[in-house]
Design a binder for this molecule. Structure first.
Ligand code: DQA
Length: 137
């Protein structure tokens, strides 16, 4: 099974950024434990702060991978382009958020990805990435 985790803007700062919301682990640490635990899966990771690069990556993987785990971060709430890319590809996308976006500001309640996602996981901290992997197994 071939899966990719795609993280959007500011998630390169995980571990340093607002740790009370997003935790104190870096994504490298999170990713390395997932690779160890799910060694039978071909698991990749991509992060970009640039909307168009996330769209390009979705196009690149969206016809030949078994699944995409997408935390589009702030673009979730603004990007028609990423929403359209998720709609346009064949690979199933699971949307994930570390925080409970529905317990936060109103602008975080809107997602352009959710209508075309296979499912949405949010509010379980960084454990959500593992829950998303399990959803594909
Ligand atoms: C986030 C939630 C978004 O609203 C926010 O802009 C992020 C991270 C999360 O994982 O909880 O950057 O996607």
């Amino acid at each position: 099974m071939r899966l990719i985790i795609i993280n959007g803007p500011n998630l390169n700062l995980l571990g340093k950024r607002e740790p009370e919301i997003y935790g104190s682990e870096s994504f490298d640490d999170i990713f390395n434990s997932l690779k160890d635990k799910y060694s039978s899966i071909d698991l990749e990771y991509y992060q970009s702060n640039i909307e168009g690069e996330i769209i390009d990556k979705l196009h690149e993987v969206g016809f030949n991978y078994d699944g995409v785990i997408l935390n589009a971060a702030a673009y979730t709430h603004t990007s028609v382009g990423i929403g359209d890319a998720v709609k346009g590809i064949e690979t199933s996308v699971v949307e994930i958020h570390i925080s409970n976006i529905h317990a936060r500001e109103d602008f975080r309640h809107q997602s352009y990805i959710a209508p075309n996602a296979k499912g949405v996981i949010f509010g379980f901290g960084v454990k959500g990435y593992e829950l998303a992997i399990q959803s594909f197994l």
